[in-house]
Design a protein around this ligand. Sequence first.
Ligand code: AMP
Length: 207
Amino acid sequence: MGCPGAGKGTQSALLLKKFPFKHISTGDVLRKEIASKSELGLQISQIINSGNLVPDELMIAMLEKIVESSEQGIIFDGFPRTVKQAEALDEMLNRFHKEISAVIMIDLPEEEVVDRIVSRRQCKACGAIVRVNSKNPATHCEACGGELFSRQDDTAEKAKHRLNVYYQDTLPVKQFYSNTGKYFVVNGNQTPEQVFGDIQKIIEAVK
Ligand code: AMP
């Protein structure tokens, strides 16, 4: 868990290098649906571009298929984003005889968020996330040479709206998990490697 720009995607990528998890980024799943130019993709595109959340029912139905067919441990990146989704996830995992090992909140001060979002770029080829600024005005991925792009919902105005949506709809999810004994907070205002070090300790402890 974490607000937009907290580093969920970056940390998921680092986790995948170290552990045999399946990574489900609901944002990526939705963006793929948009890229397929389906009718559903068109509807989703409007929602994402407005910075609002895609309806719970749709998200839950999309996730169910993936969870049911997965044999590996799963990193949920960007899900659940509402209490209703958290409740549905519990119900779904029970049904499939699976359970949550850890809910990790990457905590980031509000003043960092917008700056991080407007300066982030993603590689079209490998999906890596990088930050650009005057010192690093990169246009291509250092790792694979792919072209970097800025997400359509990564403007300052949309980032502020997404942050409001986060406070209103997603922060209550923190309450949902905080008394389960499985809720952990890491400081997201460190280098990606330091954040990863903290997350790795949690994963090792709950394994
Ligand atoms: P992300 O890539 O996680 O930043 O997600 C980008 C956008 O996809 C969000 O602003 C939402 O519009 C939508 N989205 C991603 N995950 C969810 C979710 N679990 N529930 C509803 N909408 C979502």
